[in-house]
Structure formats: structure tokens, C-alpha cells
Design a protein around this ligand. Structure first.
Ligand SMILES: [Zn+2]
Length: 232
């Protein structure tokens, strides 16, 4: 299904190009305009993010732009070899005003999608529902050289290529902290902010899996680059 979605988008974009309509489109809808970290998440934005996965230099250029705009702080890391090789990964240390429970290793597309999600949606959502700035994201990690659910027969997890981040909770400037495990089913603003933070992530990642997906995700949001808008 993910592939079908990609093919349909590709087909539509080709058709639009044939009609010469791009020049009338705002950049976030124009697939030939370079991606900007502040582009709102349209289907074309998602398409551009996917294209960047095949073009490390272009991805790094946009990520540096995000850094210059204060959306993300990161360090470039050397590529690694071995069972789970990483091509030009980065270490993300914070998202502007939003700290992390610890830094995490990320593919360039994961770092970029995450910066866009945090700054465009998570920060305003926290302010709106909690009435307090988002201060910290707690996570369970991004890179692990393993198969899906650690099963021997399964294919490689997105975590094996640092293409997914597992978020376990959020902390706010007023001192409140909410974990995915407890907050997901809470009533009032604490539960609402949790569910909103999850649903907003769906526009920026290939797949977002949360507590409603299965018991393995009861305590975290898995935000990964594979797929084409899977959101459960
Ligand atoms: Zn995960």
C-alpha cells in the first residue's frame, strides 16, 4: 500500500509537470521548488522528504538550513560499516528550545522530519493545549542493530538504519511531565495533548505507530521514515 501511494503521487506529479502548472503553485505544493524546513506538510512535502533520502548532500543542505533557523542542533558523524552500516548519520542534541532526554543518532531524513514535526506542530500544540511551552522530549532511542520486534525471521527494523525515533514522553515549562503510557488514556488536557501530539506526527513521517497500534507500542510513539503516511 505504501508503494501504491508513492506511485500515485509520482504519477500525479508527472502529470502536473506535463501541464506546466508548477509555476503557479506555492513552494510547498511545487515538487521542483527546493524543500524548506518551514514548508507545511503537504503531500508534496512528504514526496520531497522521500526524495532527500536518496540524495544525502541535498538532505544535509536542508538540515543545515533548519539548524541556521534554530530548529535543530546536531553534529555530523562519520559513516559506519558492519552489520548495520550508517551513511552520514547525524547526532541530534536538541530542537531549539526543546531539550532531549539524551542525544540520538539519526539518518538525515529522520533528523529533518523530526525538526519539522517538533517546530511546526509539537511546540504550538503544547502551547495551545497545556498553556505552557514544550521543554523536553523523552525518548527510548533511535538506533539499534536489530530486526523488527527482535524476531530472527523478520526484516531489519527501521532502527537498524537510524530511521526511527521512539518517543516516550513530553515535559513542559510549567513542570508537568506526561508519559505516553500514562497520558494516552488520561482525560482532560494531559490526554488530549498526548493524542494530538501523536496525530500531528503523522504528516511528517512515513509511519507513526502509537498505543492504539499494539501492546508493543503502549509506552512510546514509533516515528519512522518507511511507508507513506501510515498512522495508527
Ligand atoms: Zn521504534
Amino acid at each position: 500500500m505504501a508503494t501504491t501511494g508513492g506511485m500515485i503521487t509520482g504519477f500525479l506529479l508527472t502529470a502536473l509537470a506535463g501541464w506546466g502548472l508548477y509555476e503557479y503553485l506555492p513552494p510547498q505544493y511545487n515538487p521542483f521548488a527546493p524543500l524548506s524546513p518551514s514548508d507545511p506538510p503537504t503531500v508534496v512535502t512528504r514526496y520531497k522528504l522521500r526524495q532527500l533520502a536518496n540524495d544525502p548532500a541535498a538532505c544535509m543542505a536542508v538540515l543545515r538550513q533548519a539548524s541556521e533557523q534554530g530548529m535543530i542542533q546536531f553534529r555530523e558523524q562519520s559513516s559506519t560499516t558492519g552489520n548495520c552500516p550508517l551513511d552520514s548519520p547525524v547526532r541530534v542534541t536538541r530542537f531549539g528550545e526543546v531539550q532531549l532526554s539524551s542525544s540520538f543518532l539519526a539518518s538525515c531524513p529522520l533528523a529533518l522530519s523530526s525538526a519539522m514535526y517538533v517546530q511546526q506542530r509539537a511546540v504550538p500544540t503544547a502551547q495551545q493545549i497545556m498553556g505552557s511551552p514544550l521543554r523536553r522530549i523523552d525518548h527510548l532511542g533511535s538506533f539499534a542493530c536489530r530486526n523488527i520486534y527482535n524476531r530472527e525471521q523478520a526484516r531489519r527494523s527501521e532502527h537498524a538504519t537510524a530511521d526511527a525515533l521512539d518517543i516516550s514522553g513530553f515535559r513542559f515549562a510549567n513542570g508537568q511531565q506526561i508519559t505516553v503510557r500514562k497520558g494516552w488514556n488520561e482525560s482532560g488536557p494531559r490526554g488530549e495533548v498526548m493524542r494530538e501530539l501523536f496525530s500531528h506526527s503523522c504528516a511528517f513521517y512515513g509511519n507513526s505507530l502509537g498505543p492504539n497500534y499494539n501492546a508493543a507500542h503502549a509506552d512510546h510513539f514509533h516515528l519512522g521514515m518507511r511507508g507513506f503516511g501510515i498512522c495508527r
